[in-house]
Design a protein around this ligand. Sequence first.
Ligand SMILES: *Cc1c(COP(=O)(O)O)cnc(C)c1O
Length: 425
Amino acid sequence: MTSQEPLNGFTGFNRKNTNFQYSRAFEEAKSAGKKPLEQERIDAIEETDRRWAWMEIDLSAIRHNILEARRRMRPGSQLCAVVKADAYGHGAERVARTALNAGAEMLAVATVDEAVELRRAGISAYILLLSEPPIGAIDLLLGYQIVPSIYTVEFALAYAETADLHGLRAPYHLAVNTGMNRIGVRAEDIVEFLRQVNFHRALDLQGTFTHFATADCPENLDFNIQVNRFTETINAMRTAGIDPGIVHAANSAALLRYPEVHFDMCRLGISLYGFHPCEETRHLVNLEPAMKVLARVTDCKTVPMSEGVSYGLNYRSPGSVKICTVPLGYADGLNRALSGRVNFILDGQYCRQVGNICMDQCMFEVDLRTYGTRQRLNPQIGDLVTIVGKQGDAVTTITEMAYTLHSIEHEICIAFSHRLPRLYV
Ligand SMILES: *Cc1c(COP(=O)(O)O)cnc(C)c1O
């Protein structure tokens, strides 16, 4: 069947000529003497005018959190700002610069490309890669001065050979597996590992580290086992005449809870962004979340009683509400499993998100009744809506979302970074 044949006798509506072509229209407008669109001006249109959903990153909060961490750190211990995953969704370059200005001595990332991106942005600070990349990436490490974590003999030797070939040194941090069993040389094999690689003159051991599996758990038995294995390993290295370089182990939770593991450096991740790694740290420090998620109302209407809203029409209007739409959805990090389980804030008042969260939009309910001291809301297209953050006395948090989703703040923050424009304040 071709598109010309009638379908069940239906021959289609009369169509207008749809042969409109922009290129031809531009030419015609030009010859008619119309004012052309200036490329520079249209490219300069603000992100918040392109799309009524965005995130705001408060760099002074990042600074505050660094200073709070610093205040609790053992004197002499350095601070490494962990800016992997685009700084947990906050934007690696801006966060890295802010952290360095606030006194961080070093940056850490998870992938080679994350490090390359920082170098291309002109950041010259020491960058530690928290993983051992494929051997194929060695030229990138040397070319961009990225310091890898190492735990295999093959990689160590290939890295050293390549560095030697170019007349360079091969700086690295040695990853020690003290019990998390993610990466690293097993603690008891460290001295033997070093014997196998240390003959190579280019290799330069600049640091030795481990990572804790349970620094954020209430119970500290397993934590202490890891601490003991790590200190024994460092001692064994020293006894064998090997300088371990910068000794580091603490993530945010260990930094805040266990001063005895600050060693020469702490690696600050989640708390840099203003989140508590666990309940136990809430009374210890005052952290400020740096990320806000904001939107404007794009549609607002009264929905008659019992009519449904969004895919599945699971939510039914009780009648006394207005249904407002905001242009962000699960493609922007608002996890679909939060449908009907979060509040947004309009005019300083909580409004329940209702109906299934769509890929690019979602709806919320504005109760039109007044009760108690509550003022009657009058939502309009263009009104500011807080998805994450404070507005008046009301506050919605990434922590609540993480709790509802049985996840952690790290994952929620990173999800918001996929498509929302980021504004720095
Ligand atoms: C991600 C990471 C950190 C930071 O952890 P937080 O809990 O976010 O502070 C520190 N060290 C290593 C090895 C990591 O992978």
